[in-house]
Write a protein of this length. Sequence first.
Length: 114
Amino acid sequence: MQGRPKTEAGDRTIALDEDTVTGLRAHRKRQAAERLAAGEAWTNSGFVFTDEIGRPLHPQQVSDHFYQLAFQVGLPPVRLHDLRHGAASLVLAAGVDLKVVSGDPRPRVVHLHP
């Protein structure tokens, strides 16, 4: 996230499953190697997802890469933003209470922006 949330309610902790934590740790290890390879050119942006020299990714870069991957595996075009709604539908279908999914009370399905 860049900057502070617009409201106090926007500042929250999210739970991550073990596979996600494992993936993030592997990503951090790859990024450390990129940092070493970049040397003086590395930009210490503080972002989790960066380019090969530490600069934050532009949202369109992420979308373009997602569309390319989806196309390669034969999936129909879908916006990344729409996946949030799909995830909420799956969670509801799995029996999670609507109040939890909608965010009343926390936790909720949230946007995570760089």
